[in-house]
Design a protein around this ligand. Sequence first.
Ligand SMILES: N[C@@H](CCC(=O)N[C@@H](CS)C(=O)NCC(=O)O)C(=O)O
Length: 223
Amino acid sequence: MGFKLIIGNKNYSSWSLRAWLFLRESGLPFEEIRLPLFTDAWSQISQYTPAKRVPVLLDGDIRVWDSSAIWGYVRSQHPHAIGWPSAPQAQALARSITAEMHSGFFGIREQLPQNIRARIPLERSALAPATQQEIDRVEHMWTDAYDTYGGPWLLGDFSLADVAYAPVALRFVTYQIQLSSGAQPFVAAVQALASIQAWAADSAAESEVIAVIDQLHTPGKSA
Ligand SMILES: N[C@@H](CCC(=O)N[C@@H](CS)C(=O)NCC(=O)O)C(=O)O
């Protein structure tokens, strides 16, 4: 019996994308079950996880939720799935920045929510100071990683750090956040991935709209 992955809307669900991208880039087959957030179908989520969040991985009657738990569980069975660099220094950085994403960047999450098919140009100066600082942090992180490891991905070869930050790159595209030249190669690498292009095409074809996200930066409606 193969894996099944429960995901939310491709357009809006960044954590779903992280689990999906990991499985796709690992070359592991899986069936996709899409439960668009906050629709009638979404109520089925409680059948799959008491946490009521996506993504959830089903492996027969085993259920794993939370993107990082899904990576770890799958990697325990498929050691060649996308993982960490083996060199200690690179691995330390990859693990650290990935954990930083998993447990932080609340300003980016709140003010630049994933909305892959939209283009909503924003000036950095229009964002809260804390969000601007987070964007600066990401920009420096990506620049330093490329300076140190030389690309084509953050730590050289594609790793879980790239999976973690791919949705952030897509947010910068949505909101047309101008990045320094040192941080641009990561955005370009993410956009060039066939798996990301497939996910973006599916996002564009989705009919559901989460108005609070689409209208977040509409004058008079912003938070
Ligand atoms: N840390 C979790 C986050 C999961 C999460 O917040 N998922 C969002 C969609 S991207 C969700 O299910 N939201 C539903 C809700 O808030 O009710 C992970 O890594 O999987």
